[in-house]
Design a protein around this ligand. Structure first.
Ligand SMILES: *Cc1c(COP(=O)(O)O)cnc(C)c1O
Length: 400
């Protein structure tokens, strides 16, 4: 007997749960890609994407995942032989650095470990040690999806300004966009990369590079940029096909249109952020209560530095893997695997992650937490009392 039959909840940190409405919007015949409804729809989507990013800048859309836009963004503003500074808080800015190195870019990593956000003071000190222009760009992930560390982008900008350093600030919001508050213009990010499959609730396949005038000026000064990655024709297209450097990803665009309507017109971006905040607070409250009587621990202890899109947890090997397996076999919930960089648990069997990004509501989160508790009971993993009441209290708007 299994209790898994019924609607499955994919609680991993991307791809996220796809709303039926987004799937429904994709279920239609092939459209004309030269004129008509599709062309008009994309015209309207470009400003909506910029609203989600909180920018008056531009956005180039790529048929790609997050790794693709890592490369796209770099290809427009950094030349092989130039240097970037990677601010590492887990796995993902480091991954962007690996892509940079493969393009012949010199990479220096400032590592903040696996349980802390970026420390802006260290960024300032490092940049002061360099002359202007020796570092072309600073690369950071707002939310690192491996550790759930959330870094303060405005504070990093302030540190760069304090060091009077002209480097571009390039931010990976692939996990955080439309989950954690992000203000591209207000916070001074020059380039931001995102994908459609996390907070934007659309099947994987679209990547976005947002950029401001400073980054555009840097692009203009590049001696050459690969035709496919070049963001200029994608943002100043005379012909519709130039927006995508070829055939448009028609059905992904239909899905994304529906998702943007849900986020911007129906719920509202501020309300989307607030919902993610409360649901993440509920998860963290439950985890703290469990941890008071057992091995479960939040990876990020500091609430201000914890993402509202994903929660990374320690439970001791092999309990992470056993719990994930139990939930998917018996409860209809798939939890995220742990991404380990530690030597003590190289396979990450003592870790797991909860994805709570995008199309997630109170009953999904409370149900998911209830099944984690059932799993710990079934597997005889000790835990503290009161976790589910604590989470319910957060959802009810009551103080802990
Ligand atoms: C998911 C993710 C990526 C990678 O995206 P892919 O679509 O898997 O290439 C990069 N950065 C962050 C912060 C992510 O969460």
């Amino acid at each position: 007997m299994s209790l898994a039959h019924g609607r499955h909840y994919l609680a991993i940190p991307g791809p996220s749960v796809i709303p039926d409405r987004v799937l429904g919007a994709m279920h239609q015949p092939a459209p004309n890609i030269y004129t008509g409804d599709l062309v008009e729809m994309v015209d309207g989507m470009v400003p909506d994407l910029c609203r989600v990013a909180r920018t008056d800048g531009k956005v180039a859309i790529y048929i790609s995942n997050g790794h693709g836009v890592w490369e796209a963004a770099l290809a427009n503003v950094v030349t092989p032989g130039e240097k970037v500074l990677v601010l590492a808080t887990g796995r993902f800015a480091e991954g962007w650095g690996v892509v940079a190195a493969s393009l012949g870019i010199e990479v220096e990593v400032l590592d903040f470990g696996q349980q802390a956000p970026v420390d802006p003071a260290q960024v300032e000190a490092r940049l002061r040690a360099y002359g202007a222009w020796t570092i072309r760009a600073v690369l950071v992930a707002q939310t690192d999806t491996a550790t759930s560390a959330l870094s303060d982008i405005a504070a990093i900008r302030a540190a760069m300004d304090a060091a009077c350093h002209p480097a571009l600030l390039m931010v990976d919001c692939i996990a955080s966009l439309a989950c954690d508050r992000f203000e591209m213009d207000l916070w001074g990010a020059d380039v931001m990369v995102a994908g459609c499959q996390k907070g934007l609730m659309t099947p994987p396949g679209l990547g976005f590079v947002f950029f401001n005038d400073k980054a555009a000026a840097r692009r203009s000064a590049m001696s050459r940029v690969s035709a496919y990655w070049d963001w200029v024709p994608r943002t100043e297209a005379g012909m519709f096909y130039q927006l995508f450097s070829g055939t448009a990803p028609t059905h992904h665009l239909f899905g994304l249109r529906e998702a943007l309507t849900m986020i911007l017109e129906e719920e509202g971006l501020e309300a989307v952020w607030a919902r993610h905040q409360v649901l993440a607070d509920a998860i963290r409250a439950a985890c703290r209560a469990w941890g008071a009587g057992g091995p479960l621990r939040l990876n990020m202890v500091d609430l201000a530095a914890s993402s509202n899109a994903v929660t990374a947890l320690h439970i001791g090997a092999p309990h992470g893997t056993r719990l994930r397996d139990w939930l998917s076999a018996h409860a209809g919930v798939t939890l995220g695997i742990g991404l380990s960089t530690g030597d003590d648990d190289p396979e990450g069997h003592g870790l797991f992650r909860i994805g709570h990004m995008g199309h997630v509501n109170a009953h999904m989160v409370l149900g998911m937490l209830g099944t984690i508790e059932a799993g710990m009971r079934a597997l005889k993993i000790p835990f503290g009392d009161g976790a589910l009441s604590a989470a319910a209290a957060v959802c009810a708007g009551q103080d802990q």
